[in-house]
Design a protein around this ligand. Structure first.
Ligand code: CAA
Length: 253
Protein backbone atom coordinates (compact mmCIF):
# COMPACT_ATOMS: atom_id res chain seq x y z
CA UNK A 1 0.00 0.00 0.00
CA UNK A 2 1.33 3.45 -0.93
CA UNK A 3 1.20 5.70 2.07
CA UNK A 4 2.59 9.04 3.11
CA UNK A 5 5.59 9.23 5.40
CA UNK A 6 3.11 9.64 8.25
CA UNK A 7 1.38 6.39 7.25
CA UNK A 8 -1.84 7.70 5.74
CA UNK A 9 -3.04 7.94 2.16
CA UNK A 10 -2.18 11.18 0.39
CA UNK A 11 -5.08 13.16 -1.09
CA UNK A 12 -4.47 16.02 -3.50
CA UNK A 13 -7.32 18.52 -3.76
CA UNK A 14 -7.26 21.18 -6.49
CA UNK A 15 -9.14 24.37 -5.75
CA UNK A 16 -8.20 23.36 -2.23
CA UNK A 17 -8.53 26.78 -0.67
CA UNK A 18 -11.85 27.54 -2.38
CA UNK A 19 -15.36 27.53 -0.94
CA UNK A 20 -15.97 23.82 -1.45
CA UNK A 21 -12.31 22.77 -1.65
CA UNK A 22 -11.47 23.88 1.89
CA UNK A 23 -14.25 21.76 3.34
CA UNK A 24 -13.17 18.77 1.25
CA UNK A 25 -9.63 19.14 2.68
CA UNK A 26 -10.96 19.34 6.24
CA UNK A 27 -13.22 16.31 5.92
CA UNK A 28 -10.52 14.22 4.22
CA UNK A 29 -8.12 15.10 7.05
CA UNK A 30 -10.79 14.09 9.57
CA UNK A 31 -10.85 10.58 8.09
CA UNK A 32 -7.07 10.32 8.35
CA UNK A 33 -5.83 11.47 4.96
CA UNK A 34 -2.67 13.52 4.46
CA UNK A 35 -4.06 16.38 2.37
CA UNK A 36 -2.37 18.63 -0.17
CA UNK A 37 -4.49 21.68 -1.00
CA UNK A 38 -3.53 22.99 -4.42
CA UNK A 39 -4.46 26.47 -5.56
CA UNK A 40 -3.09 29.63 -7.12
CA UNK A 41 -0.29 31.30 -5.16
CA UNK A 42 -1.76 34.70 -5.97
CA UNK A 43 -4.79 34.41 -3.70
CA UNK A 44 -2.95 35.53 -0.57
CA UNK A 45 -6.04 36.62 1.42
CA UNK A 46 -7.67 33.23 0.85
CA UNK A 47 -4.46 31.36 1.65
CA UNK A 48 -4.29 33.14 5.01
CA UNK A 49 -7.95 32.33 5.80
CA UNK A 50 -7.33 28.72 4.75
CA UNK A 51 -4.29 28.44 7.04
CA UNK A 52 -6.35 29.72 9.96
CA UNK A 53 -9.21 27.28 9.28
CA UNK A 54 -6.92 24.28 8.94
CA UNK A 55 -4.48 25.15 11.74
CA UNK A 56 -6.09 22.69 14.14
CA UNK A 57 -5.33 19.76 11.81
CA UNK A 58 -1.77 19.38 13.12
CA UNK A 59 -0.06 19.50 9.76
CA UNK A 60 -2.37 16.95 8.09
CA UNK A 61 -3.26 19.61 5.51
CA UNK A 62 -0.69 21.63 3.64
CA UNK A 63 -0.92 24.16 0.85
CA UNK A 64 1.01 23.80 -2.41
CA UNK A 65 0.77 26.50 -5.08
CA UNK A 66 0.03 25.41 -8.65
CA UNK A 67 -1.92 26.63 -11.64
CA UNK A 68 -3.96 23.59 -12.71
CA UNK A 69 -4.21 24.99 -16.24
CA UNK A 70 -0.45 24.54 -16.68
CA UNK A 71 0.38 20.94 -17.67
CA UNK A 72 4.06 21.12 -16.77
CA UNK A 73 3.41 22.82 -13.44
CA UNK A 74 1.00 20.00 -12.52
CA UNK A 75 3.67 17.43 -13.37
CA UNK A 76 6.28 19.25 -11.30
CA UNK A 77 3.88 19.51 -8.37
CA UNK A 78 3.01 15.82 -8.39
CA UNK A 79 6.69 14.82 -8.66
CA UNK A 80 7.43 17.10 -5.69
CA UNK A 81 4.57 15.65 -3.61
CA UNK A 82 5.46 12.05 -4.43
CA UNK A 83 9.14 12.59 -3.56
CA UNK A 84 8.62 14.53 -0.36
CA UNK A 85 5.25 13.54 1.07
CA UNK A 86 4.01 10.31 -0.50
CA UNK A 87 2.30 8.77 -3.53
CA UNK A 88 -0.96 10.41 -4.51
CA UNK A 89 -3.68 7.81 -3.92
CA UNK A 90 -6.62 10.22 -3.96
CA UNK A 91 -7.15 13.07 -6.42
CA UNK A 92 -10.05 15.50 -6.10
CA UNK A 93 -10.45 18.10 -8.83
CA UNK A 94 -12.41 20.95 -7.29
CA UNK A 95 -10.73 23.87 -9.08
CA UNK A 96 -13.29 25.81 -11.03
CA UNK A 97 -14.13 29.30 -12.22
CA UNK A 98 -17.09 31.01 -13.87
CA UNK A 99 -17.16 33.50 -16.72
CA UNK A 100 -20.93 33.92 -16.98
CA UNK A 101 -22.40 35.73 -19.95
CA UNK A 102 -24.78 34.82 -22.73
CA UNK A 103 -23.10 33.32 -25.79
CA UNK A 104 -24.02 36.36 -27.87
CA UNK A 105 -21.70 38.44 -25.68
CA UNK A 106 -19.05 35.82 -24.83
CA UNK A 107 -15.60 36.53 -26.19
CA UNK A 108 -13.01 33.82 -26.91
CA UNK A 109 -11.05 34.79 -23.79
CA UNK A 110 -14.05 34.02 -21.52
CA UNK A 111 -14.39 30.68 -23.25
CA UNK A 112 -10.71 29.71 -23.17
CA UNK A 113 -9.98 30.91 -19.60
CA UNK A 114 -12.79 28.77 -18.28
CA UNK A 115 -12.00 25.65 -20.32
CA UNK A 116 -8.34 25.94 -19.32
CA UNK A 117 -9.12 25.68 -15.61
CA UNK A 118 -12.34 23.63 -15.48
CA UNK A 119 -11.55 21.03 -18.13
CA UNK A 120 -7.85 21.18 -19.05
CA UNK A 121 -7.11 21.22 -15.31
CA UNK A 122 -8.77 17.82 -14.91
CA UNK A 123 -6.71 16.37 -17.76
CA UNK A 124 -3.50 17.95 -16.45
CA UNK A 125 -3.77 16.47 -12.97
CA UNK A 126 -5.26 13.09 -13.90
CA UNK A 127 -2.63 12.58 -16.59
CA UNK A 128 0.15 12.95 -14.04
CA UNK A 129 -1.30 10.72 -11.30
CA UNK A 130 -2.86 7.91 -13.29
CA UNK A 131 0.30 5.93 -14.10
CA UNK A 132 1.29 5.71 -10.45
CA UNK A 133 -2.21 4.72 -9.37
CA UNK A 134 -2.42 1.99 -12.01
CA UNK A 135 1.04 0.67 -11.11
CA UNK A 136 0.11 0.52 -7.42
CA UNK A 137 -3.34 -0.91 -8.26
CA UNK A 138 -5.09 1.68 -6.13
CA UNK A 139 -6.56 5.10 -6.80
CA UNK A 140 -9.60 7.22 -6.12
CA UNK A 141 -10.32 10.11 -8.48
CA UNK A 142 -13.28 12.43 -7.91
CA UNK A 143 -13.86 15.26 -10.37
CA UNK A 144 -16.35 17.97 -9.49
CA UNK A 145 -18.92 18.45 -12.23
CA UNK A 146 -22.09 20.53 -11.68
CA UNK A 147 -25.84 20.44 -11.95
CA UNK A 148 -25.36 23.03 -14.66
CA UNK A 149 -23.37 20.52 -16.70
CA UNK A 150 -26.42 18.25 -16.51
CA UNK A 151 -29.09 20.83 -17.31
CA UNK A 152 -27.32 23.74 -18.99
CA UNK A 153 -27.69 27.23 -17.48
CA UNK A 154 -28.44 30.56 -19.09
CA UNK A 155 -25.17 32.46 -19.38
CA UNK A 156 -23.01 29.36 -18.91
CA UNK A 157 -22.33 27.79 -22.29
CA UNK A 158 -18.64 27.66 -21.33
CA UNK A 159 -19.20 26.32 -17.80
CA UNK A 160 -21.94 23.84 -18.79
CA UNK A 161 -19.77 22.51 -21.63
CA UNK A 162 -16.76 22.06 -19.35
CA UNK A 163 -18.76 20.40 -16.57
CA UNK A 164 -20.52 18.01 -18.96
CA UNK A 165 -17.07 17.33 -20.40
CA UNK A 166 -15.73 16.52 -16.95
CA UNK A 167 -18.26 13.72 -16.60
CA UNK A 168 -17.54 12.35 -20.08
CA UNK A 169 -13.83 12.42 -19.29
CA UNK A 170 -14.44 10.64 -15.98
CA UNK A 171 -16.53 7.85 -17.52
CA UNK A 172 -13.87 7.22 -20.18
CA UNK A 173 -11.04 7.16 -17.65
CA UNK A 174 -13.12 4.94 -15.36
CA UNK A 175 -13.24 2.34 -18.15
CA UNK A 176 -9.48 2.58 -18.71
CA UNK A 177 -8.68 2.00 -15.04
CA UNK A 178 -11.53 -0.23 -13.84
CA UNK A 179 -9.40 -3.39 -13.70
CA UNK A 180 -6.50 -1.62 -12.04
CA UNK A 181 -8.07 -0.74 -8.69
CA UNK A 182 -8.64 2.88 -9.69
CA UNK A 183 -12.13 4.38 -9.52
CA UNK A 184 -13.11 7.61 -11.26
CA UNK A 185 -16.36 9.38 -10.43
CA UNK A 186 -17.94 12.81 -10.52
CA UNK A 187 -19.81 14.69 -7.84
CA UNK A 188 -22.25 17.27 -9.22
CA UNK A 189 -22.99 20.02 -6.73
CA UNK A 190 -26.09 22.14 -7.06
CA UNK A 191 -26.10 25.75 -5.88
CA UNK A 192 -24.02 26.01 -2.70
CA UNK A 193 -23.30 28.72 -0.20
CA UNK A 194 -19.95 29.77 -1.69
CA UNK A 195 -18.42 32.98 -3.08
CA UNK A 196 -19.08 31.66 -6.62
CA UNK A 197 -22.82 31.49 -6.03
CA UNK A 198 -22.80 34.71 -3.99
CA UNK A 199 -21.62 36.41 -7.20
CA UNK A 200 -24.87 35.49 -9.01
CA UNK A 201 -27.18 38.55 -9.11
CA UNK A 202 -29.44 38.52 -6.05
CA UNK A 203 -32.72 38.33 -7.94
CA UNK A 204 -31.59 35.31 -9.95
CA UNK A 205 -30.12 33.65 -6.85
CA UNK A 206 -33.38 34.04 -4.93
CA UNK A 207 -35.33 32.53 -7.82
CA UNK A 208 -32.94 29.57 -7.91
CA UNK A 209 -33.22 28.99 -4.15
CA UNK A 210 -37.02 29.01 -4.38
CA UNK A 211 -36.74 26.23 -7.01
CA UNK A 212 -34.64 23.94 -4.74
CA UNK A 213 -36.94 21.30 -3.21
CA UNK A 214 -34.91 21.11 0.01
CA UNK A 215 -35.43 24.87 0.33
CA UNK A 216 -31.86 26.05 0.85
CA UNK A 217 -28.47 26.35 -0.77
CA UNK A 218 -26.14 23.42 -0.27
CA UNK A 219 -23.23 23.74 2.12
CA UNK A 220 -19.62 22.92 1.24
CA UNK A 221 -19.93 20.19 3.89
CA UNK A 222 -22.75 18.56 1.89
CA UNK A 223 -20.41 18.22 -1.07
CA UNK A 224 -17.38 17.14 0.98
CA UNK A 225 -19.35 14.23 2.49
CA UNK A 226 -19.98 12.85 -0.99
CA UNK A 227 -16.27 13.14 -1.81
CA UNK A 228 -15.24 11.36 1.40
CA UNK A 229 -17.71 8.56 0.58
CA UNK A 230 -16.38 8.04 -2.96
CA UNK A 231 -12.72 8.14 -1.90
CA UNK A 232 -13.03 5.49 0.81
CA UNK A 233 -10.99 2.33 0.26
CA UNK A 234 -14.26 0.38 0.47
CA UNK A 235 -15.89 2.35 -2.40
CA UNK A 236 -14.20 0.09 -4.93
CA UNK A 237 -17.31 -0.96 -6.86
CA UNK A 238 -18.49 2.58 -7.65
CA UNK A 239 -16.86 3.86 -10.81
CA UNK A 240 -17.92 5.98 -13.77
CA UNK A 241 -20.79 7.27 -11.64
CA UNK A 242 -22.08 10.76 -11.03
CA UNK A 243 -23.29 11.60 -7.54
CA UNK A 244 -25.62 14.64 -7.65
CA UNK A 245 -25.73 16.70 -4.45
CA UNK A 246 -28.25 19.40 -5.27
CA UNK A 247 -31.11 19.39 -2.77
CA UNK A 248 -33.39 17.88 -5.42
CA UNK A 249 -32.90 20.84 -7.80
CA UNK A 250 -32.42 18.40 -10.67
CA UNK A 251 -33.65 14.85 -10.30
CA UNK A 252 -32.87 12.23 -12.88
CA UNK A 253 -32.72 8.48 -13.16
N1 CAA B 1 -33.34 32.98 -18.27
C1 CAA B 1 -33.97 33.52 -19.37
N2 CAA B 1 -33.66 34.72 -19.87
C2 CAA B 1 -32.74 35.43 -19.25
C3 CAA B 1 -32.03 34.95 -18.12
C4 CAA B 1 -32.41 33.68 -17.63
N3 CAA B 1 -31.80 33.14 -16.56
N4 CAA B 1 -31.12 35.89 -17.73
C5 CAA B 1 -31.25 36.91 -18.60
N5 CAA B 1 -32.23 36.63 -19.49
C6 CAA B 1 -32.67 37.47 -20.63
C7 CAA B 1 -32.69 38.93 -20.24
O1 CAA B 1 -33.94 39.26 -19.66
C8 CAA B 1 -32.46 39.61 -21.58
O2 CAA B 1 -33.66 39.59 -22.32
P1 CAA B 1 -33.94 40.72 -23.42
O3 CAA B 1 -32.84 40.59 -24.46
O4 CAA B 1 -35.27 40.36 -23.92
O5 CAA B 1 -33.86 42.02 -22.68
C9 CAA B 1 -31.51 38.65 -22.30
O6 CAA B 1 -31.72 37.35 -21.67
C10 CAA B 1 -30.05 39.05 -22.16
O7 CAA B 1 -29.82 39.31 -20.81
P2 CAA B 1 -28.49 39.95 -20.28
O8 CAA B 1 -28.04 41.04 -21.23
O9 CAA B 1 -28.65 40.28 -18.85
O10 CAA B 1 -27.53 38.72 -20.46
P3 CAA B 1 -26.02 38.64 -20.09
O11 CAA B 1 -25.27 38.20 -21.27
O12 CAA B 1 -25.53 39.89 -19.40
O13 CAA B 1 -26.00 37.47 -19.03
C11 CAA B 1 -26.12 36.62 -16.82
C12 CAA B 1 -26.75 37.56 -17.85
C13 CAA B 1 -24.81 37.21 -16.31
C14 CAA B 1 -25.82 35.27 -17.39
C15 CAA B 1 -27.13 36.49 -15.71
O14 CAA B 1 -28.34 35.99 -16.26
C16 CAA B 1 -26.67 35.55 -14.64
O15 CAA B 1 -25.79 35.84 -13.86
N6 CAA B 1 -27.32 34.39 -14.56
C17 CAA B 1 -27.01 33.36 -13.58
C18 CAA B 1 -26.01 32.42 -14.12
C19 CAA B 1 -25.77 31.33 -13.09
O16 CAA B 1 -26.68 30.73 -12.55
N7 CAA B 1 -24.50 31.05 -12.82
C20 CAA B 1 -24.18 30.05 -11.86
C21 CAA B 1 -22.93 30.47 -11.12
S1 CAA B 1 -22.60 29.39 -9.75
C22 CAA B 1 -22.07 27.99 -10.44
O17 CAA B 1 -21.86 27.88 -11.61
C23 CAA B 1 -21.84 26.86 -9.50
C24 CAA B 1 -22.57 25.65 -9.90
O18 CAA B 1 -21.94 24.70 -10.35
C25 CAA B 1 -24.01 25.56 -9.70
Amino acid sequence: MALSKSGSRVALVTGGIGGIGTEICLQLAQVGRTVIAVDLATRSDRIEAFRERTAACNGAIRFEPCDVGDFKACGDLITHVERNIGQVDILVNAAGITRDTSLRKMDPQQWHELIRVNLDGVFNTCRHVVDGMVTRQFGRIVNLSSVNGQTGQFGQTNYSAAKAGVHGFSMALARETARKGVTVNTVSPGYCDTPMVAAVPQEIREQIISDIPVGRLGTPGDIARAVVFLTADEADYITGANLPVNGGYFMSF
